[in-house]
Design a binder for this molecule. Structure first.
Ligand code: SAM
Length: 233
């Protein structure tokens, strides 16, 4: 579909490293993401063998694969071909046949078929500035069944303006030295400078304005991460 010329190119905002196969090869070791606690939350919200789930900004598919092992259908979406290829290879190795891989983004994914029960997105929405986050969330609301659940977790700053410097500096101070062990100080600095993590007090009304009711929210003690469970209204 042709987009208007004022429409952004999502791949240009996706983080160069996410498009780089050499970086993606080591992504899982760096991210150390265990999907179990997220799956537990999803199960508490009704996720089960009959459920369908869209994972957008799916990356190497850690959550998608774990979800597909126990549900009906998963659609793993990402703008990065390298990420999707890694996810696809892992699914093949596990013999999972109920995952579809779609190269698209928050602003371009065109859903086909029945509306889904769950949308999941982790550490991906911050690639869009707030105007486009709102557009993206509105689009996610449209692919969920009425009453369907969105779980959104990301780097979100849940502090007042006066505390921004202290919160960011404390976060940077706790970063590992080696990139193999996680995101280094330099990588986190680049995140704050160049990406679009926002304040909880902007994101929460944004969720409510774009077709969701926030059922529960958790904000990390560091005031740097937040997770939201929402129902489409
Ligand atoms: C930090 S990774 C997180 C991957 C995965 N969700 C996880 O938690 O391990 C961010 C992912 O978002 C993807 N991404 C960036 N911008 C996107 C967009 N506009 N639409 C969809 N995916 C996007 C990147 O390609 C990358 O795979």
């Amino acid at each position: 579909m042709t987009q208007p010329s004022w429409f952004p190119d999502e791949a240009h905002r996706a983080g160069e490293e996410h498009l780089d196969a050499a970086y993606v090869e080591h992504y899982d070791a760096k991210a150390r993401f265990d999907p179990e606690s997220d799956l537990t939350v999803l199960r508490e919200l009704g996720f089960g063998p009959k459920s369908t789930l869209v994972d957008i900004g799916a990356g190497t598919g850690t959550l998608s694969l774990a979800a597909a092992a126990t549900c009906h259908r998963v659609i793993a979406i990402d703008v990065s071909a390298a990420m999707l290829q890694a996810a696809h290879q892992k699914a093949e190795a596990l013999g999972l046949t109920n995952i579809e891989f779609v190269r698209a983004g928050f602003l371009t994914y065109a859903h086909q078929g029945d509306l889904v029960d769950f949308v999941y997105t982790r550490n991906a929405l911050h690639h869009l500035p707030d105007f486009w986050k709102s557009v993206a969330l509105g689009r996610l609301a449209m692919i969920l069944k009425p009453g369907g659940v969105l779980r959104l977790s990301d780097i979100v700053f849940s502090c007042d303006l006066a505390d921004v410097e202290a919160v960011i500096e404390a976060w940077l101070a706790a970063a590992p030295d080696r990139p193999e062990e996680g995101w280094t100080k330099a990588e986190l600095e680049a995140h704050v400078r160049e990406e679009h993590s926002t304040f909880s007090w902007l994101l929460e009304p944004m969720l409510e304005r774009t077709g969701f009711e926030i059922i529960s929210a958790s904000h990390s003690e560091s005031k740097v991460f937040a997770a939201y469970n929402c129902r489409s209204t």
